[in-house]
Write a protein that binds this ligand. Structure first.
Ligand code: ADP
Ligand code: MG
Length: 328
């Protein structure tokens, strides 16, 4: 599709906003040329969204474009880095102008908000698949990694958990309520907020961080493994939104168990989970007061390996399904 491939790139992806003076050569040559400033490290991540796997087939194109950029911004946030440049590998079944217009608008909405320049990509025909690669910058040695958690550190999460997972479950069962709570959950699934400012601020405070894409238990598990530590989580402290609590409460007699289960294991939240030494705990309230999200203390890192989930009275909570795994 040589001719229409060229047109697609020209019409939908070759936008000049945002302007970045560190882009020497953008879309149009064989590759992009980017200037990495002295003293900074390049932070690179890539995420693929496959129709029917990562989002339902009938998801609006605008949301797909937005989310493809958001999930990558979330990885950059979890590294404590500042996003800079993106590439887009787009596979579409046909060149539907309406779809491409909405998709590119969704993608550029976030790109412009976070000053990310789209500097290249690849366009092919096939089953709908979107791969965004994002490049960020961080001061040398200042990145937030998964392997820095220490026994005694406190475990926090930003925002609320479980909203996206509950939205997806209700959507697939055609039970998503047509009211403001249903809309709030759906927005969390389709338009996740990357915690870029929180990640940047935490790079000076946290010992480890990860973004929650596969569910808290699974993702915190990666931190524990990389840091060679264990943890106890207080499941009753997990922050949940008003919409989540309202809908779960109506749906089920056993709302506490369902709440824990979903909030602990559902993916797609794109909040940050991070660890902070107890001696630096006092730095968090002023730090988060300047941000557009809250953070909540949910547990403690311990030397003993494994993850223990308990309620307020210390009773153990068993987690049924630890997180999404594509190959299971
Ligand atoms: P090549 O044949 O050298 O791989 P292409 O024809 O695939 O080049 O792409 C031409 C230019 O358009 C390149 O600069 C490439 O990075 C860019 N490009 C292709 N597809 C996209 C896309 N979906 N989004 C942004 N840039 C793209
Ligand atoms: Mg190419």
């Amino acid at each position: 599709m040589a001719e229409s491939e060229f047109n697609i790139i020209e019409h939908y992806f070759k936008r000049s906003r945002p302007q970045r003076d560190d882009v020497s050569l953008a879309i149009g040559d064989d590759a992009a040329l980017l200037d990495v400033p002295h003293g900074k490290q390049l932070v690179v991540c890539v995420d693929t969204l496959v129709a029917g796997v990562h989002f339902p087939h009938d998801t609006p194109a605008h949301a797909i474009g937005y989310k493809a950029m958001a999930v990558n911004l979330s990885d950059i946030a979890a590294m404590g880095a500042e996003p800079a440049w993106a590439t887009l590998a787009l596979t579409v079944p046909d060149s539907d102008a309406h779809w491409l217009e909405s998709f590119s608008n969704g993608l550029f909405e976030l790109a412009e908000r976070y000053r990310v320049a789209l500097v290249g990509g690849d366009t092919t025909r096939g089953p709908l698949t979107i791969t965004v690669q994002l490049h960020g910058l961080v001061e040398h040695g200042a990145a937030l990694r998964r392997d820095g958690a220490q026994p005694g550190d406190l475990i926090y999460v930003t925002g609320t958990l479980g909203d996206a997972g509950l939205a997806l479950r209700l959507l697939l069962d055609s039970h998503l309520p047509a009211n403001s709570s249903g809309d709030a959950l759906l927005a969390r699934l389709n338009y996740p907020t990357p915690r870029i400012a929180a990640g940047r601020a935490l790079s000076a405070v946290a010992t480890a961080a990860i973004d929650i894409s596969d569910g808290l238990v699974a993702d915190l598990g990666h931190v524990l493994q990389a840091s060679k530590v264990g943890a106890t989580l207080r499941v009753d402290q997990i922050p949940c939104s008003g919409a989540f609590v309202e809908i779960i409460g109506k749906k089920s007699d056993n709302s506490d168990v369902e709440r824990y289960q979903l909030a602990l294991t559902a993916g797609d939240d794109y909040e940050l989970c991070f660890t902070v030494p107890a001696a630096r705990q006092h730095l968090l309230p002023p730090l988060f007061a300047a941000l557009d999200c809250d953070c909540t203390l949910i547990g403690t890192i311990e030397a003993r390996s494994g993850l223990r989930c308990v309620t307020a009275d210390g009773a153990a909570v068993e987690i049924k399904q630890p997180g999404y795994n594509h190959f299971q």
